[in-house]
Ligand binder design. Structure first.
Ligand SMILES: N[C@@H](CCC(=O)N[C@@H](CS)C(=O)NCC(=O)O)C(=O)O
Length: 312
């Protein structure tokens, strides 16, 4: 690894559904990538010094640039591979409702629709006793402070069931949600489905044949050429790289000021730094670090709240 700005690194953990969205995207796009494994919950000493504390997974890295949120990673993968269909804004109007559900209520309902003891058993099998206890504590703390209140129990079960049914119906007319070829909508919809099957070991309902066909086609390319990287190597790459040239910025009242930015819905840990660019789709925060020089942390505008640092 050389620190070449085009080398992709994904900071993730195996069980993360949103990371799976990006891993599959790399596989379909045929983009080689390096994997840095993170713990499934904070503290994340392998990542926090780079992003400044963004608490969600995945985070993509090229050189000294960090891309928070899978939607922004998808945009970057689009520009690296010239595949416009990977852009979140390429989703057709008649698919956008399904995509929004997949990234919201459906994602949470995969867990909240299951009996707590079943979840406990699944987590114990994956994480062991100590880690499972910490995981429950961490996630219930995160959701207590969240601005969204996901459905639970029977309502959550109905959310998942109708999502699967609607997916199956929409897939009756074309191979993929994005048409004849795969696109952003497919990656956004596949990860909660795979999460359900992986976590609970359940099968897709037999009558949903379109969903089954699509599911198999989506998983078929796998994750592509993945190389494991030690966290220290990602640190070295960040330190050795210069942040890439900034895109032209639009006027923004907080430009070149110290700001804080955080997700607006859950996992709302703020990252602070200088707002170095604002484009229609993203905010870029410049962080001066002792160990790694200047790092640029990119956030989507949608779903994130930006404010002056002193008011945080
Ligand atoms: N909108 C975010 C959502 C990411 C997300 O919720 N990730 C989960 C893991 S799949 C998470 O970070 N959970 C809390 C954590 O891992 O600390 C994205 O698209 O990247």
């Amino acid at each position: 690894m050389t620190g070449d700005n085009r080398d992709w690194i994904l900071h993730h953990y195996e069980e993360s559904p949103y990371a799976e969205k990006i891993r599959l995207m790399f596989g379909h796009a045929g983009i080689p990538w390096s994997s840095v494994l993170s713990p499934p919950m904070p503290p994340r000493p392998n990542l926090d010094p780079l992003t400044g504390g963004y608490r969600r997974i995945p985070v993509a890295q090229t050189g000294a640039a960090f891309f928070c949120d899978s939607a922004l990673s998808a945009l970057e993968i689009d520009s690296a591979s010239d595949r416009r269909e990977l852009r979140p804004d390429s989703v057709a109007d008649d698919r956008s409702e399904l995509v929004a559900r997949a990234q919201g209520d459906v994602f949470f309902s995969i867990i909240t629709s299951e009996p707590p003891l079943k979840i406990l058993g699944a987590l114990l099998g994956k994480f062991g006793v100590r880690q499972t206890y910490r995981f429950f504590k961490d996630r219930s703390g995160m959701m207590k402070n969240a601005t969204i209140k996901p459905p639970s129990g029977k309502r959550a079960g109905a959310v998942v069931e109708s999502f699967f049914k609607d997916l199956d119906e929409q897939l009756a007319a074309s191979d993929f949600l994005s048409g004849d070829g795969v696109g952003y909508a497919d990656f956004a919809a596949i990860h909660p489905v795979k999460f359900k099957l992986d976590l609970m070991g359940t099968e897709l309902p037999e009558n949903l044949v379109n969903l089954r066909r699509w599911y198999d086609a989506m998983l078929q390319p796998g994750h592509g050429a993945r190389t494991e990287l030690a966290p220290g190597e990602a640190f070295d790459i960040a330190r050795d790289a210069e942040p890439r040239e900034l895109p032209p910025s639009e006027t923004h009242e907080l430009l070149q000021q110290q700001v804080s930015i955080a997700p607006a819905d859950y996992g709302m840990v703020p990252v602070t730094g200088e707002l170095v660019a604002a484009t229609p789709e993203r905010f870029i925060i410049g962080r001066q670090t002792e160990g790694y020089g200047t790092l640029h942390v990119h956030f989507p505008r949608q779903g994130y709240a930006l404010k002056p640092a002193q008011s945080s």
